[in-house]
Design a protein around this ligand. Structure first.
Ligand SMILES: *Cc1c(COP(=O)(O)O)cnc(C)c1O
Length: 482
């Protein structure tokens, strides 16, 4: 036991009472900003912490006196921290447009406005304004997706609407699971061995099939699968052919897989549902952005499988959700599955999704940040890098503009990259990883990457109106390095 002036009972005597503290001028001032009750609670908690530190022998008379002087600051900081949500806005300077860890697609202005309008009050989420009686949530978004598809594919809307229906669930993983469970439970589903993939985040095709209550029948080999492989695997218990878009990897060399249309043919002959897990939800061609052969929702629809599942927050650029686009009779069966209720989306999602789809339907897709970021001209990026570089001039930093390649991310376009420019930073004192960490501590936090011992800031994913915020964050982070 510590004796003398550092003994716990001696140190306790130094600690002020709650009332004494609350009478200090800095606490009087703080008490004007927060409720007296909350302040008194924070003070009691901090004093309890101080006593625990004393008991554990973590304080001496000297350190305790210093701590007591700083108590105002300490308590204020704790109260501010307690009001900080864990989820916050960050600046994405990685150049990865669909960064799953950073929330994938940022929403468009129209989508944000729709969320505010619908969620700030009541809505007709499940109310039929025509009849004044209960309506159906699952009818939202269907007309807008069909309109967008009709407009992009130059097809009559009536024709599409007479054959296809849409159901929206929480994400594409949920959509795939629900489709398998609704249409093939207890039966067999044919999948090419080349498509038994892990999409990421624990989404493995064989696991989803098992959980959905269907039996997986693997066909073909990892690198080559033919239509005849599917045909030969059909038994009386086969319900479905599942086609999975190989979204996050690419196979090269001696490979073969049938066109979707050929599977659709086979499905018709054998009376099997052909279901494509398309994934990206891409609605417009990317070729003119130099990205080749990315599967799209429109291209899939042209080949007319019975059902297609896509993500809402990948290349579609909308909110997190899963779209099921399929023959109306199948979508009706999916809507009738009790699990549909468990996987349904909320009004915020419908609001944002319909607004995003309207941008496509009215050929205003430049409103969608994902599409805008894909299309930024390289020269514009170079000029913005130059402006930011001039804005952060610090003697303690080497800054250069370098050509880089940005990946699109979200497991969407393996093996393709966008030509880009980035600002490359190397602190003269301290390390690049130190600067990277310091950038993450800014408000807003800046997420970047290190390459060749330099911090790279890729402006493709930074909205131009945030360039100034980015340069201030860099200046502050560099200063913090000392
Ligand atoms: C991304 C992806 C999924 C999962 O989509 P989430 O919306 O993240 O659930 C499923 N299938 C494919 C083919 C994908 O690309």
């Amino acid at each position: 036991m510590t004796q003398g002036e550092n003994a716990p009972q001696e140190l306790y005597r130094l600690l002020p009472s709650v009332d004494e503290l609350l009478r200090r001028p800095e606490f009087m001032a703080l008490g004007k900003e927060v409720s007296r009750l909350a302040l008194a609670k924070a003070v009691r908690e901090e004093l309890a912490r101080a006593r625990a530190d004393v008991v554990q022998g973590l304080q001496t008379q000297e350190t305790l006196i210093g701590y007591i002087e700083r108590l105002g600051e300490v308590i204020e900081r704790r109260m501010v921290e307690a009001t900080q949500p864990t989820l916050m806005h960050v600046l994405n300077a990685t150049g990865v447009i669909l960064h799953t860890n950073l929330g994938r697609a940022p929403l468009s202005e129209p989508a944000l406005r729709a969320i505010v309008e619908v969620a700030g009050g009541y809505s007709n989420l499940e109310f039929d304004l025509e009849t004044g009686s209960r309506g159906r949530r699952d009818r939202h978004a269907e007309p807008m997706l069909l309109q967008a598809l009709a407009s992009l594919m130059d097809e009559p809307l009536e024709k599409l609407a007479s054959e296809w229906s849409v159901a929206v669930v929480n994400n594409c993983a949920a959509a795939t699971f629900l489709a398998l469970n609704s249409l093939a439970e207890g039966g067999e589903v044919l999948v090419s061995r080349g498509e038994l993939v892990e999409i990421g985040g624990g989404f493995r095709v064989p696991d989803i099939l098992r959980k959905a209550g269907v039996t997986l029948r693997e066909v073909g080999t990892t690198n080559r699968t033919r239509v005849s492989d599917y045909a030969e695997a059909i038994t009386g218990n086969t319900r479905m052919i599942l086609r999975v878009h190989q979204s996050n990897f690419r196979m090269d060399g001696f490979t073969e897989r049938p066109e979707l249309a050929a599977l659709v043919e086979l499905g018709k002959r054998a009376n099997l549902v052909v279901f494509e897990d398309q994934g990206t939800g891409l609605l417009i061609p990317l070729e003119r952005m130099g990205i080749k052969s990315e599967s799209s929702l429109t291209e899939s629809l042209r080949q007319a499988p019975d059902l297609i599942a896509s993500s809402g927050d990948k290349l579609l650029g909308g909110p997190q959700c899963g779209l099921l686009l399929g023959r109306s009779s199948l979508v009706d069966r999916i809507r009738g599955n009790p699990l549909f209720r468990a996987l349904r989306v909320d009004k915020l999602t419908y609001a944002a999704l319909e607004a995003t789809l309207l941008s496509y339907a009215s050929h205003q897709e430049h409103e969608i940040p994902t599409i805008r970021m894909l299309r930024i001209p390289t020269e514009e990026l170079r000029q913005r890098c130059e402006a930011v570089r001039q804005d952060i001039t610090a003697d303690t930093l080497e800054a250069a503009i370098v050509a880089v390649q940005s990946v699109i991310g979200g497991g969407t376009t393996p093996g393709t990259a966008l030509e880009s420019f980035a600002l490359s930073l190397r602190p003269r004192a301290g390390s690049s990883s130190g600067l990277l960490a310091a950038l993450r501590r800014q408000t807003p936090p800046v997420v970047a990457r290190v390459h060749n011992d330099c911090v790279l800031l890729d402006l493709r994913t930074v909205p131009p109106e945030h360039d100034k915020v980015l340069s201030s964050a860099v200046r502050a982070a560099v200063e913090g390095l000392g």
